[in-house]
Design a protein. Sequence first.
Length: 400
Amino acid sequence: MKSELRLPFYLAWQYIRRGRKWTFFLTTSLMAVAFINLIFISSLFNGIIDGSNKQIINTLTGNIYLTPKDGDDFIKDKNKVLDTLKSVNGVEAASAEMLVPAELKYKNLKGNWQILAINPADESKVTNVGQKIIEGSYLNVNDEDAIIIGRQITGGSDDGGGASSFKGAKIGEKVTLAIDGVSKDFTIKGIFETKFSETDKRAFITEKALGQLMPGADTQATTIVVKISAGQKEQDIISKIHAIGIEANVYSWQEAAGLMKSISESFLSINILMSTVGILIAGVTIFIVIYVDIINKKKQIGILRAIGIKPYIIITSYVILSAVYSVLGVILGTAIFLLVLTPYFQAHPFVLPIADAVLVLDKADYIARSEAIMWVSVLSGLIPAAIITRTKMLDAILGR
C-alpha cells in the first residue's frame, strides 16, 4: 500500500528527470509570467487607490477634519480648539483653515476657486502642499500680500487648468481678491502641483492677510485638519475628540473620499475581469503542456497500464507534475515581482493625473491568487490525464 502511494511521486519525478530540460524551464517560466500578470494588475490598482488615498490625506483633509457644528458657519475661537486638539494623545498636528468668500481675478480672467487662509507653520505639519511648490516658494507666517496658487488655477503652456484657468499666470504677477466690494492685490509667491485636482484648484493666503481683509475672521475657521501619529486609528482619535467636548462635526478622511470610492469600485470590476483572464491563461497553458506531454507518452502510458499500473496512479502522477509546475511558477514569479518589478516601480512610479502610483501587494490577495493558480493548474493537468487513461490499452500501446 505504501509503495503504491509513493508510485505517483516516483513517476512524476521520472517525467521531470527524463524530460527535456528546456520544456520544463519554459513551462515553469510561462507559469511565472501568468502569475506575475495576476498579481501585477492587482498590485497596480492597489497602488493607484493607495496613492489617491494618500493624496486626500496629505493634501486635502489630513487624517481627520472638523467642520462647524450644525447651524454654525464657523468654528469659533479656533486657537483654543487647536490647543485642545493638540493635547489629545495620538494627534501629531492640527491646522485651521478659513475659507475666504472671495473672487480671484487675474488680468481680464476671474473665477470662484477655493481660497483658504492658513497659518503656514501649522499647515505644513498636516499637509504637504508646501512640499509641492513647482515655482516660487511657500508662504511664511508674516506674508501680508502674498498668495500661492494651484496649477489648475494658474494653467500653463499645456493649459493645465483647462478653459477656466488663468492661462499661464506666473510668479511675481498680481492677482486681485475681491470680497464684498473690498479688493486687494496679492503677488503670486508660489505655484504648487500636487497632481490631485481638488487640491490644485485651491489658493492659499495667510491668516495675517485675511485679518486685513476681514477683521476678526482670522480668529475663526471653516475647517480644521488633523494629522494623527503613525499606528493610530482615525476612529479611536475621533472618539477621543468627541469625549473632550469640542463643538464641531468630526469626520475621518474616508468620508471625503466619495470620488475615490467610485474609482475603487471601477478598479475592482476591472481587476476581477483581468484576474479571470489571467487564471484562464494559466489554466490553458498548463493544459496544453500536459496534454502534449501525454500525447507524446501515449505508448508509455499504455505499457504502464499493461504491466498493472492502475489508471488513478497515472492520473495522480500528472496532477503532481502540474502542481510542481504551478508551485515553481509561483515561487519564480514572486521572486521576479519582489526583487525586480517592485523596486523598479518604487524608483520609477507610474505618473498618473491623480497620483504617482507604485505597486502595492496585498498579502491576502497574494495568497488567494497563489491558491487560484495552483488549483487551476492541478485541474488542467487532471483533465487530459483522465482522458488518456480511458483510451483502450491496446490503442494506447499502438499509439492510435
